[in-house]
Design a protein around this ligand. Structure first.
Ligand code: EPZ
Length: 419
């Protein structure tokens, strides 16, 4: 088992370049199943979820050619399987996109239930409702989800909750359907727009992505033969921005889209940090004590749940009493128990946590309970007195490319060791 050892109290200084967005990449790769031909994807993050997804496509008959760790050509002309076993799908959440993509292409998919971070209940009723509205029959039994259709027909789908996964799955299943599909109350995250842009580049006709009504005009075929570059990861950018302020540092975050970071920039400035945007670069720096804030996580353009744990670390050392209300996931405060081991004063109950700011955190052995909790603990280790050990790195490796290398370049004393 590997662990990270971080010797803390280092202000971060220097430049960091943001990788392609994980949550866009893990939707775009299965979306290639809708293409009858070849496409090239650039700016892929070098993370284990991306590798795993490409391996799954290979099993289904796709030809995968890596040009570098960030660029791959995928040929999906000869897809010859439609079943993905539970052992594979439970390794990550985004396996649910295989349902929409295979249903769209082959009118049949059998996919094991998705796994992923344990953030509480993660229902997929809105995905299933969308497939059924398009004309599919869906059966959930023995750990598998099976969707079958004679044909898929454009329709109106109203999402009862704003869901990233269900919005993307509804797009995937309707791209090749007959007629027009209207997805109402759609999610608006940058990765929704990225998947729509990718599919449109390959020959789809999707309009309105990024608003709450998406219109998909079904086309007969996606020919592909094009290259697409994945959008920068707004959550990775936000993670480094928060780390810069928490560590009393001064960094430049390169390759980011400022528009995607508005809610994060606003909160960083509200607690007393500084941000200066210049094209695709951001300077983020500390020059005075940070103070309390109230945060409610919301779908985009609200404050993202995927930055809630990282922001929790900053609030745990900010003056005053802060409150975070987590409105997306039932169980995203597991990291607070780990932070309390490091001297934080956090009380969480249900979807609310109260942070009484302390002066310092002190090192302790801690466990990454999920991906973003792991990132939060790295920030905690960088600002704490002493040597912090972080375990369960598999969660972190699923979603951050070379995270310790990137922090090390910013001056953090961080190393990965085999136990
Ligand atoms: C995506 O998960 C992300 N994962 C998550 O990223 C992120 O936390 C989440 O969106 C919210 O932004 C990927 O993109 C692979 P949802 P997803 O469907 O699609 C409820 C990370 O750290 N809901 O938008 O699974 C659900 O319970 C992570 O990178 C239903 O009720 O999230 C939740 O309360 C983890 N029924 C809310 O909607 C459904 O059918 C939003 O979930 C679907 C969702």
């Amino acid at each position: 088992m590997e662990k990270l050892i971080i010797t803390g109290k280092t202000p971060l200084k220097g430049e960091v370049t943001i990788s392609g967005a994980k949550n866009a990449a893990v939707a775009i790769i299965p979306a290639t199943l809708l293409i009858n031909g070849t496409c090239t994807i650039e700016n892929l993050p070098n993370i284990s979820d991306v590798k795993l997804y490409c391996d799954i496509l290979k099993e289904l008959g796709a030809k995968i050619t890596w040009h570098s760790e960030h660029e791959v050509t995928i040929n999906t002309t000869n897809i010859n399987a439609h079943n993905i076993p539970l052992d594979t799908t439970r390794k990550f959440r985004a396996s649910y996109y295989l349902l929409g993509a295979l249903l769209g292409r082959c009118k049949y998919a059998q996919v094991g239930s998705p796994g992923g971070c344990n953030l509480g209940a993660r229902p997929i009723d809105q995905h299933i409702k969308s497939f059924e509205a398009l004309g599919a029959s869906v059966d959930v039994s023995n750990g598998n989800i099976t969707a079958t259709a004679k044909k898929l027909k454009g329709t109106s789908i109203y999402m009862d909750v704003v869901s990233v996964g269900a919005t993307i799955n509804a797009m995937l299943a309707s791209v090749l359907a007959e007629g027009t599909t209207v997805i109402d109350n759609a999610a608006k995250e940058p990765h929704i727009v990225d998947v729509a842009n990718f599919l449109n580049t390959m020959g789809a006709d999707i309009r309105g992505a990024g608003t709450d009504i998406i219109k998909v005009n079904g086309v007969k075929e996606l020919k592909g033969n094009a290259t697409y570059s994945v959008v920068p990861d707004q959550i990775e950018a936000g993670t480094f921005m928060i780390a810069a302020i928490a560590s009393k540092g001064d960094i430049i975050v390169k390759n980011c889209i400022t528009k995607h970071l508005e809610s994060i920039i606003a909160k960083i400035i509200e607690v007393g940090g500084n941000v200066d945007a210049n094209g695709d670069h951001l300077r983020v720096w500390y020059d005075k004590k940070t103070h309390k804030a109230t945060i409610k996580t919301l779908p985009y353009p609200g404050f993202p749940t995927d930055l809630q744990p990282q922001m929790g670390v900053l609030l745990s050392i900010s003056e005053g009493t802060s409150i975070i209300n987590e409105s997306i996931w039932d169980s995203r405060f597991q990291y607070t128990a780990e932070l309390n081991k490091m001297g934080a004063h956090i009380t969480s109950q249900g979807k609310t946590a109260v942070f009484e700011g302390v002066k310092n955190l002190t090192a302790a052995p801690v466990y990454a309970t999920d991906l973003r909790a792991g990132a939060a603990l790295i920030i905690a280790g960088i600002i704490a007195n002493g040597k912090t050990e972080i375990y369960h790195l598999n969660h972190i490796d699923r979603g951050y490319e070379n995270i310790e290398e990137k922090f090390r370049k910013l001056g953090a004393k961080i190393e990965r060791v085999e136990e």
